[in-house]
Design a protein around this ligand. Structure first.
Ligand SMILES: Cc1cc2nc3c(=O)[nH]c(=O)nc-3n(C[C@H](O)[C@H](O)[C@H](O)COP(=O)(O)OP(=O)(O)OC[C@H]3O[C@@H](n4cnc5c(N)ncnc54)[C@H](O)[C@@H]3O)c2cc1C
Length: 389
């Protein structure tokens, strides 16, 4: 929205307001809204530029330290702002955080010292390899396995939908180590790109282009010093990482929705038809009113969840509400913007057309909307059961 007066909300502090305003000014100069042909090169350039600008250090927390140092409100404001400028810039920032999040949260001091400063400076590209062809929403069904031998983990299996796959310098990989059945028998490992036995089996093209790949591990040996957290604790590591970044997916959706609204408002007030502006019709006004209300509701849920997490409180329910509401709402807002643009709205390269493609995957990854609904319901029912005499 033209006036970002949500920055005055009490969830945020002065440093957050300064951060959002200075990033907005920086992005206007340094971040083009493009989906170009060579997406790998664009991502590499964006990583460097966001690193040099000092923005990526927020993705790994102040001083490259532990999770407590990750400022959720800062991450959300950065994603919201970048998403208003460019889906690809938001993607790059988010993946540096998600890909290194497990190391920030539970890495050894040696792992943190080796990886995090380079991620923060934009000198190393990170990736998070959890999903498999037969283990997406049901991630505990994963089959990629790691057997332990001579101080090494030997990985065999596949991962798919891995963002930054093909350009990452390292992958945080979750594999079954068998300490217990299901979710309790999984461990996390850092696998450097170029490790023998790790190959990019397939590059996957998606509607909002970004580097994405299926990875294959064949007898891929990594020293046990590359394990993150305790053996068998990998699922918890993955969930803790997602817990930090889930609210930020909602913030990115919010940024997309705000950009779509700005574009729609501009178009509706300048497009003449039937001797008046499109915005003079009540049907258009109803659309704009609904869009603005959807955006504000999502923003309230996003910054409530981010603020609550920064207070050190559990946000499972609040983060799920924020993600569900912001991603589903943004899809509606962007669709309405395309409608307001008429034929122009579906022309390749138009901002609203790009936003229409940018938003779609956010309703699927890091827990599809249905998964968020189940999480919210589970939390509600647990609270209700707890209250029953
Ligand atoms: C662009 C993109 C980038 C991604 N990046 C990464 C990445 O970097 N790293 C990574 O590990 N993974 C990544 N993923 C994978 C993503 O997390 C999975 O796609 C997601 O978890 C869904 O898994 P799936 O695709 O196998 O769908 P499925 O698990 O087959 O689910 C299909 C659909 O079923 C529905 N559904 C799911 N659960 C339920 C339920 N309990 N009840 C009713 N309906 C349900 C939902 O509508 C869901 O969309 C990415 C995906 C995309 C599209």
């Amino acid at each position: 929205m033209a006036d970002v007066n949500h920055l005055d909300w009490p969830f945020l502090e002065e440093r957050h307001r300064d951060l959002a305003r200075s990033l907005d000014a920086w992005a206007a100069q340094h971040v083009p809204q493009v989906h170009g042909k060579d997406v790998d090169a664009q991502c590499r350039a964006l990583v460097k530029s966001l690193g040099a600008g000092g923005w990526l250090r927020h993705a790994v927390g102040g001083g490259h330290g532990a999770a407590a140092a990750i400022d959720t409100r800062a991450i959300c404001l950065i994603r919201e702002t970048l998403a208003r400028h460019s889906g690809l810039a938001d993607f790059v920032f988010a993946m540096q955080g998600l890909g290194s999040g497990a190391i920030s949260l539970q890495g050894t001091s040696a792992q943190r010292a080796h990886y995090l400063p380079r991620v923060a400076r934009g000198e190393a590209i990170a990736a998070f390899a959890l999903s498999e062809p037969d283990a997406g929403s049901d991630v505990a069904a994963m089959q990629c396995a790691a057997r332990i031998e001579d101080g090494h983990a030997i990985l065999d299996g596949e991962k798919t939908w891995i963002s930054n796959g093909g350009i990452a310098d390292f992958y945080v990989v979750f594999a079954r180590t068998g300490e217990a059945p299901g979710a309790r028998g999984i461990s996390a490992f850092i696998v450097d790109a170029g490790t023998p036995g790790l190959e990019i089996a397939e590059r996957i093209e998606v509607i909002a282009p970004h580097p994405l790949a299926r990875l294959r591990f064949t007898g891929c040996r990594v020293p046990l010093s590359q394990r993150i957290g305790e053996p068998g604790e990998g699922f918890k590591v993955a969930m803790r990482t997602l817990d930090v970044f889930r609210t930020s997916v909602a913030a990115a959706a919010l940024g997309f929705a705000r950009r779509a609204f700005d574009e729609a408002l501009q178009r509706a007030t300048t497009r003449r038809m039937f001797n008046q502006a499109l915005a003079d019709f009540q049907l258009t006004q109803a659309k704009l009113a609904q869009m603005a209300t959807t955006i504000d509701s999502a923003a309230l849920l996003v910054y409530r969840a981010a603020w609550q997490r920064d207070q050190g409180r559990n946000v499972t329910r609040e983060a799920a509400m924020a993600k569900l509401s912001a991603t589903e709402g943004a899809q509606q807002v962007i669709d309405a913007a395309v409608q307001i643009f008429g034929g122009l709205g579906v022309v390749s390269g138009q901002p609203v057309e790009m936003l229409y493609r940018d938003i779609r995957a956010l309703r699927i990854y890091e827990g599809a909307s249905e998964v968020q609904q189940l999480i919210i319901a589970r939390e509600l029912l647990r609270d209700t059961k707890g209250a029953t005499p």
